[in-house]
Design a binder for this molecule. Structure first.
Ligand code: AMP
Length: 582
């Protein structure tokens, strides 16, 4: 099917070197489309259907530029959300994977080569514009070959894939099983975001590998998941707290901490953490990868000294698509390498190398943060806020509200000195940025604190408390509404919860949602879907609970993809020879 789909794409004009947008939900068919794109020699561009229209349009415009060669694969159920200028030429996924051999069966394919791009992934940009990281086939192959050796997957293994394609680590979940003979079980977006469903899927699919961010692991554990003896836990994407590491390691066969920026291809270092771990490090580099802790003059620092982490080797991506200046700022010629053309990527991470070669992660040197695994440049949210006509200045911070409970808080200065309605500000940001970048609270200041040289003085920003919310208050009524309100108050740690409030608007995020869902279920015997909890107001949710009382929803079985003869051809092309050890 991969080959047929590839020939079909080729018949539609997709050629080696092209970029193909993928605007689809996660499924087995998505994986076939990914392989087919590669088999045509093209690269894919994930377009997450959950993104707001403006951001999708920006990404499409930036990625394709003026090129008339705009290919996008979509599906009927998402057609309405497709950016307007792509509608006409969009290729329908089910049509593409139709089983009947078609006229293009014999069209020639020119598979990708090492230096061709494999994918372009957009990440948050500090100046307000997201940037596309261009990763090559050989970057990806080096990563897969390395992880295959390190993790030792085999035909008996089952990996449960839970990550959105627009996060590069989905590449491990989708391709590593295919190049080791293991099985990949693909969970849908809904299944991945609900702890109980995820725990059920882990058991039913007999998963032996699960890769997730610390937030997802915490969500699972907080929901009461007891663990699985045969499961290898892969955790990465942001710092792994020691307590969580112990909780995961105590419930699974093995735990690995994985570290790496998108710019050096998925993961660059790995560490195995024992059950009785007393510290968490990001370990040592994967194959053909070098990590350097450098000082301000780019000089090598001695063991134990804190400096910036730079990464070199075969994982270093080509750079930012169509952004040569930005690429030159972050990717430099590698002064330590013998290989001609080798480059180093500047991570912005603070680190220290220990005597045993392991590397400790110590935080960031800039305003990039991680929230539930998502990479966010605070400057991008600040820029989005400043597009509001009455906002003259803005600052956004990630504040800790409790264990595993971090929220974004925005401060702004208004042109006429008056406070602007929170909802209006939220809508302004929501039009431009993904949901995970929306501040939970907004607070007005007369002026932002500045250092003597005019830079924002983040440390001098006031503390905002649980919420800086000024919504119209309608008191909850009746036993059900009052009961839901009490659970929200406890979980969100806010003093007042109104009948018209939405969980999300009160600072609720996916982890808190899981806590609330568990408590609502315990109290009312009804399991509410996370999406309803986030988007309905309290009164609507109470109504839904009363309607659904005693009803239970059976989750759909996972879509499964197994390595077989149909995929072999494309896989051979993809995972040809391992790159030589540098
Ligand atoms: P991304 O490009 O989304 O993969 O984000 C990369 C950044 O996430 C890194 O530069 C680190 O700041 C952070 N990060 C990723 N994995 C880890 C980890 N295991 N421990 C600490 N920080 C991490």
């Amino acid at each position: 099917r991969v080959e047929l789909a590839a020939r079909e794409l080729s018949g539609l004009g997709v050629r080696r070197g092209d970029l193909v947008g993928l605007f689809v939900e996660r499924s087995h068919s998505m994986l076939i489309a990914l392989l087919a794109i590669s088999a045509c020699g093209a690269a894919y561009l994930p377009l997450d259907p959950a993104l707001p229209k403006e951001r999708l349009e920006y990404i499409v415009g930036d990625a394709f530029g003026d090129s008339p060669r705009r290919f996008v694969i979509s599906q009927a159920s998402l057609q309405e959300r497709l950016p307007a200028d792509l509608c006409a030429g969009a290729i329908d996924l089910s049509w593409l994977l139709g089983t009947l051999p078609r006229a293009n069966e014999h069209s020639a394919l020119e598979p990708a080569r090492g230096n061709d791009a494999a994918y372009v992934i957009y990440t948050s940009g500090s100046t307000g514009r997201p940037k596309g990281v261009e990763v090559t086939q050989s970057n990806l192959i080096n990563f897969l070959v390395s992880m295959r050796a390190r993790l030792g997957l085999s035909r008996q293994d089952v990996l449960l894939a839970v990550t959105t394609l627009s996060f590069d680590i989905a590449g491990l979940e989708l391709y590593l099983p295919l190049c080791t003979g293991a099985t990949v079980a693909i969970a849908t977006r809904e299944e991945s975001s609900d702890a109980a469903t995820l725990a059920g899927l882990l058991a039913r699919s007999n998963a032996t590998f699960l890769q997730a961010t610390p937030a997802t692991w915490r969500m699972l554990i907080e929901s009461g998941w007891q663990g699985a003896d045969a499961l290898v836990a892969l955790c990465g994407g942001e710092a792994l707290p020691l307590d969580l590491a112990r909780d995961i390691a105590g419930r699974t066969k093995q735990l690995f901490n994985l570290y790496g920026p998108t710019e050096t291809t998925i993961w660059s270092s790995i560490d195995r953490l024992p059950r009785e771990a007393r510290e968490v490090t990001i370990g040592r580099p994967i194959c053909n990868t070098r990590m350097y802790v450098l000082g301000p003059q780019r000089e090598l620092l001695p063991l134990g000294a804190t400096g910036e982490l730079w990464i070199g080797g075969l994982g270093v991506a080509r750079g930012y698509l169509r952004r040569p200046e930005l690429t030159a700022q972050r990717f430099i010629e590698d002064p330590f390498a013998q290989r001609a053309g080798a480059r180093l990527y500047r991570t912005g991470d603070l680190a220290r190398r220990r005597a045993d070669g392991r590397i400790e992660y110590l935080g960031r040197i800039d305003d990039q943060v991680k929230l539930r695994g998502f990479r966010i440049e605070l400057g991008e949210i600040e820029a989005a806020l400043r597009t509001h006509p009455a906002v003259t200045d803005s600052a956004v911070e990630l504040c800790e509200f409790g264990v595993g409970d971090q929220r974004l808080v925005a401060w702004y200065v208004a042109a006429d000195g008056h406070a602007i309605d929170d909802l209006e500000l939220r809508e302004c940001v929501a039009r431009q940025l993904p949901e995970y970048m929306l501040p939970s609270a907004f607070a007005r200041l007369d002026a932002l604190p500045r250092t003597p040289n005019g830079k924002l003085d983040r440390k001098a920003l006031p503390s905002v408390g649980a919420a800086a919310r000024q919504a119209l208050f309608v008191a909850p009524q009746g036993e059900l509404e009052l009961g839901v309100a009490q659970i929200w108050r406890d979980v969100l740690q806010v003093e007042k919860v109104g009948a018209r409030d939405r969980f999300f608007d009160l600072g609720g995020h996916s982890l808190l949602a899981m806590r609330a869902i568990t408590r609502l279920e315990a109290r009312f015997g009804v399991r509410v879907p996370a999406r309803d909890l986030m988007l309905q107001n309290l009164s609507q949710l109470a109504q839904a609970i009363s309607e659904r009382h005693a009803q239970t929803r059976e989750p759909a079985p996972p879509a499964e993809a197994r390595k077989g003869s149909g995929l072999l051809g494309a896989l051979r092309g993809l995972f040809g020879k391992p790159p030589p050890e540098a």
